[in-house]
Design a binder for this molecule. Structure first.
Ligand code: ATP
Ligand code: MG
Length: 198
């Protein structure tokens, strides 16, 4: 074992449902930054999605476990779904810092769409002390890190995966297949639980 602390990626998301775009993004960032582990953290009550109905946390958590089970470097954390109230990234980082210890290097992975709004997040300054941030591109979003602390945020281009959870839900509602957009076990879990059927 080396002297350095572990390098831990943190992939937060609603994961309603988790899809292959999330998995490719995590895999790409893990490779680029030499991460030892990527922790997927399903949100509790997302503060930005307050008005929409979100699938129960337990279902989103289980789909995330199913989707990541085969990758030895992917894990799932319950910190956000077990914390009452809306999910703020600064709380996620505090909790995971406590789990992984002071020597761990934390890399919070988030979409390019979110990166531009990061300065408006709760306790932004504290957030940038707790972790480095990696903004991943997704098709249809231009990268812009304007006004963000330069050494705290890196941008990474992900092989284009034009997949979103919104589009997956809409396909299920319309009776269209989501095979190969989400992992096989997630297709089966959605059917078994009757999620998104409307
Ligand atoms: P929704 O359509 O419900 O907003 P989503 O597909 O954006 O869902 P989230 O759970 O909101 O999924 O995403 C978690 C993180 O993954 C976000 O930072 C988001 O930008 C990123 N992400 C989602 N889809 C992709 C993709 N296809 N490629 C790269 N990053 C993605
Ligand atoms: Mg989204």
């Amino acid at each position: 074992m080396g002297e350095r602390g572990q390098r831990i990626g943190i992939m937060g998301g609603t994961f309603d449902p988790i899809h292959n775009g999330h998995l490719v993004a995590a895999s790409e960032v893990a490779d680029r930054f030499g991460l030892d582990e990527v922790v997927f953290v399903p949100t509790g009550q997302p503060w930005q999605k307050g008005r929409q109905a979100v699938t129960p946390a337990e279902d989103r958590y289980l789909m995330t476990v199913i989707a990541t089970a085969s990758n030895p470097r992917f894990t799932v954390s319950r910190v956000d779904i077990d914390r009452p109230g809306p999910t703020y990234t600064v709380d996620t980082l505090r909790d995971l810092r406590a789990v992984y210890g002071p020597d761990a290097e934390l890399f919070f992975i988030t979409g390019a769409d979110a990166v531009e709004k990061m300065l408006s997040w709760k306790d932004a300054e504290r957030m940038f002390e707790l972790a480095r941030f990696v903004g991943v591109t997704r098709p249809g979003f231009e990268l812009s890190s304007a006004h963000l602390p330069e050494d705290a945020v890196s941008l990474v281009e992900i092989p284009a995966m034009a997949i979103s959870s919104t589009a997956c839900r809409a396909r299920v509602v319309a009776g269209k297949p989501v095979w190969y957009l989400v992992p096989d076990g997630v297709v089966q879990y959605i059917a078994k639980r009757g999620l998104y059927a409307g």
